[in-house]
Design a protein around this ligand. Structure first.
Ligand code: FES
Length: 151
């Protein structure tokens, strides 16, 4: 049962700093679910301020909207994350960030070999295939796809 009053989309925009169009987009992605008041206007829960803050933080960390939706869906009753939920989810975020940092460091190290080269060769470029050692693992940019170099 929605509360009798709620936030207008303009008020939610003001409180979150998000453009109205962005809020509508998040709504279309199922991340927030407003109701319609008697006049047919969208009304948002106050908790949607926190919910949208969570969405923005998760996006900054590189999570896709479907992944964020999955995270929110794991909360009982699909409620807005509480402080305890946030403590638990932030540990997941830390693991995700560690993996991204590792990938970016690997990219940076391989990029050193490309500076001044410009070949962009699928067979020679270190970014795609360092020393061609990745060939045994399959096609494509194996290390960028998450395979680990041996030794
Ligand atoms: S561009 Fe030549 S090795 Fe990467």
């Amino acid at each position: 049962m929605p509360p009798a009053h709620g936030l207008s989309i303009g008020a939610l925009s003001e409180r979150t700093g998000l453009a109205v169009s962005a809020i509508r987009y998040y709504e279309s992605q199922g991340l927030i679910a407003p109701w319609r008041n008697a006049g047919g206007q969208r009304r948002f829960h106050r908790a949607d301020i926190r919910r949208l803050s969570f969405v923005m933080i998760a996006q900054q960390m590189g999570f896709s909207l479907p992944a964020i939706r999955d995270l929110l869906a794991q909360l009982p009753g699909q409620r807005t994350p509480t402080a305890r939920d946030w403590a638990r989810i932030s540990a997941v975020f830390r693991d995700h960030l560690d993996q991204r940092i590792e990938t970016l460091q690997r990219l940076r190290d391989n990029l050193d070999g490309c500076i001044g080269c410009g070949c962009l060769s699928l067979s020679k470029c270190r970014l795609y295939n360092p020393d061609d050692r990745a060939a045994a693992k399959g096609t494509g940019p194996r290390y960028l796809m998450g395979d680990r170099p041996e030794g």
